[in-house]
Design a binder for this molecule. Structure first.
Ligand code: C2E
Ligand code: CA
Ligand code: CA
Ligand code: CA
Length: 275
């Protein structure tokens, strides 16, 4: 049979077309999701490594789509960022998470992810202050997690924003440390209160000499700069043992718990005996 050289290209185009229609649909649905109450927050424990006690929760966003079910943030956050929808979504997350944290009986910190476009919004600091006023949350309990991507655009402006946030008492963590273009330069230029080692380095750290070297250097760096270091993605005891031997400050990962729904989180955060 004669093969038609155009066929693969047509198929390719059809696939591209299908994907672009799918994305258009997601953008459309995402626009309605806040109003339709389709977002949910889940909470992942952060534990001190010396006491193993919980010290806070990171807030993670979930989208319960009426037809698709749960859509992963790895799918919809990039689309929300591309379309600018992240600004409204991010504002909703901040508000809901601060409101929730203001109800906790234990003085846990609440760590909230902030997208690049949120940080550069002219009203960002004011928005955060309004939310703190409205919810009554102590700013000292709020930690904003930003990645390197959040700060490469307009460094001078970002620096100003960070200083303002810090002057209110809010802490700022550098998320996904080690995965960016110039994590060290970023760390030097910005006043971070915490370093979160990306889970790609933490996974199998006890078995992988390269990762061990990277994690060790990051912990030394944190100690030298007097910035506490949290290790993300701790799944097994051996990883934990390694981190403890290297005096990491705090940990987060499936070993301590997967991100949990509000009621499970409250059972921990609203316990009144401090046990
Ligand atoms: P992230 O900020 O690095 O969050 C940590 C991710 O690692 C979460 O994925 C968490 O569920 C997962 N994780 C935690 N411990 C473990 C572990 O032990 N093993 C493994 N394999 N994974 C672990 P999730 O919830 O799917 O979120 C993915 C990303 O989506 C986040 O990465 C963050 O970049 C983004 N994201 C989530 N919620 C928000 C939000 O409210 N706003 C913004 N801007 N981004 C968000
Ligand atoms: Ca994070
Ligand atoms: Ca991270
Ligand atoms: Ca990440």
């Amino acid at each position: 049979a004669k093969s038609d050289p155009d066929t693969p290209i047509c198929r390719f185009n059809a696939e591209m077309d299908r994907r672009s229609r799918e994305k258009t649909q997601i953008v459309h649905d995402l626009r309605l999701a806040v109003d339709n109450d389709e977002f949910e927050l889940v909470y992942q424990l952060q534990n001190a490594l010396d006491t193993m006690e919980p010290v806070g929760f990171e807030v993670l966003l979930r989208w319960n789509h009426p037809k698709r079910g749960r859509v992963s943030p790895d799918v919809f956050i990039p689309i929300a960022e591309e379309t600018g929808l992240i600004r409204d979504i991010g504002h909703w997350v901040l508000r809901e998470a601060c409101r929730e944290a203001s109800l906790w009986r234990r003085p846990f910190s609440v760590a909230i992810n902030v997208a690049p476009q949120q940080l550069v919004q002219p009203s960002f600091v004011e928005d955060v202050m309004d939310i703190l006023m409205e919810t009554g949350l102590d700013p000292a309990r709020l930690e904003l997690e930003v990645t390197e991507a959040s700060i490469i655009d307009d460094q001078a402006h970002t620096l100003k924003v960070m200083h303002k946030l810090k002057s209110i008492g809010i802490r700022i963590a550098m998320d996904d440390f080690g995965t960016g273009y110039s994590s060290l330069a970023t760390l030097q230029a910005f006043p971070f209160d915490k370093i979160k080692i990306d889970r790609s380095f933490v996974q199998d750290v006890h078995k992988d000499a390269q990762r061990a070297a990277i994690v060790r250097s990051t912990l030394l760096l944190g100690a030298a700069l007097d910035i506490p270091v949290l290790a993300e993605g701790v799944e097994v005891e051996d990883e934990l043992r390694f981190l403890r031997a290297e005096s990491c400050s705090s940990v987060q990962g499936f070993y301590f718990g997967k991100p949990m729904p509000r009621d499970d989180m409250r059972a921990i955060a609203c316990r009144d005996d401090g046990e």
